[in-house]
Write a protein that binds this ligand. Structure first.
Ligand SMILES: Nc1nc2c(c(=O)[nH]1)N[C@H]1C(S)=C(S)[C@@H](COP(=O)(O)O)O[C@H]1N2
Ligand SMILES: [Mo]
Length: 252
């Protein structure tokens, strides 16, 4: 067992998937795991885990529709309004540490150079699914926005309230570094298996980060921000599930 397998195995055992919460990773254990994760990340990047490609598959490998997980039907008012109008008023906002903010309609995104890839999605819960994804390279969109020199992470803000409680709604968010953001297989997808992305899989736009676990691949993206760090963002661990104790770096 290598370190990565060990860590992933531990995450699965402690948390048993996307839906079940567990405090096992808080406190001392959480701190140990967090530093182990940061080591995993640095080792990955130092060993040039840079732009190696995730395996791609063929049409024959697609055995079923893309299995939906996590939020599958957002009910926030702004999302329902956009959905009701078939996304005509949807705009992807790109901002933060950029030279040029962007506001892109789905038509704008579809007019860009599209890319299709058949890849395997691995959820931390232990299931996998092969599907065909179509979209535009995130790196292409980011280049249009001219990232500032100090930008280190790309944060995805989503429409769905993954949690509703006494403290109010918590909207899903995730983040990746600039290496993953500019990776040739990292795309903003509007299509799956030759159809428009359905609501259950993240309509109108979701990200594919093919060398990471499923929870990194934000669905229902409303805004993309370039940042230097996670100050002021939730519990400042870079994502909804990382805030709950999952590894921020979920490389596979
Ligand atoms: N906005 C948002 N993105 C999300 C989630 C979510 O609940 N909300 N769930 C994550 C998890 S745990 C997985 S496995 C995948 C599921 O994507 P799918 O529904 O297309 O299978 O989306 C990820 N992205
Ligand atoms: Mo997942």
């Amino acid at each position: 067992m290598n370190r990565r397998t060990l860590l992933t195995g531990a995450s699965v055992a402690a948390l048993s998937g996307c839906k079940v919460l567990d405090d096992a990773r808080g406190g001392t254990l959480g701190a140990v795991m967090a530093s182990a994760n940061s080591l995993t990340y640095r080792v990955h990047r130092a060993l040039g885990g840079g732009h190696t490609l995730a395996p791609e598959y063929t049409q024959a490998d697609i055995r079923q529709g893309m299995h939906p997980n996590g939020s599958t039907n957002p009910q926030t008012a702004d999302y329902l309004a956009l959905q009701g109008n078939a996304w005509a008023d949807y705009r992807l906002e790109v901002g933060g540490m950029v030279g040029q903010t962007l506001s892109l309609s789905l038509a704008d995104l579809r007019a860009m150079q599209a890319q299709t890839q058949i890849t395997r999605h691995d959820c931390v819960e232990g299931w996998s699914c092969i599907a065909k994804w179509t979209g535009v390279r995130l790196g292409h969109v980011l280049a249009m926005a001219t990232p500032q020199a100090g930008a280190r992470f790309v944060v995805f803000h989503c429409f769905d309230a993954i949690e509703r409680g006494l403290a109010g709604e918590v909207l899903y968010h995730e983040s990746i570094d600039m290496v993953d953001a500019t990776h040739p297989q990292t795309i903003l997808a509007w299509g799956v298996n030759d159809e428009d992305l359905p609501v259950r899989n993240g309509a109108p736009l979701r990200v594919r980060v093919e060398r990471q676990l499923g929870y990194k691949m934000a669905k229902y993206i409303r805004r993309i921000d370039l940042v230097a760090d996670f100050t002021g963002l939730g519990r400042e661990r870079g994502g909804y599930w990382p805030d709950k104790g999952y590894d921020w770096f979920a490389g596979i």
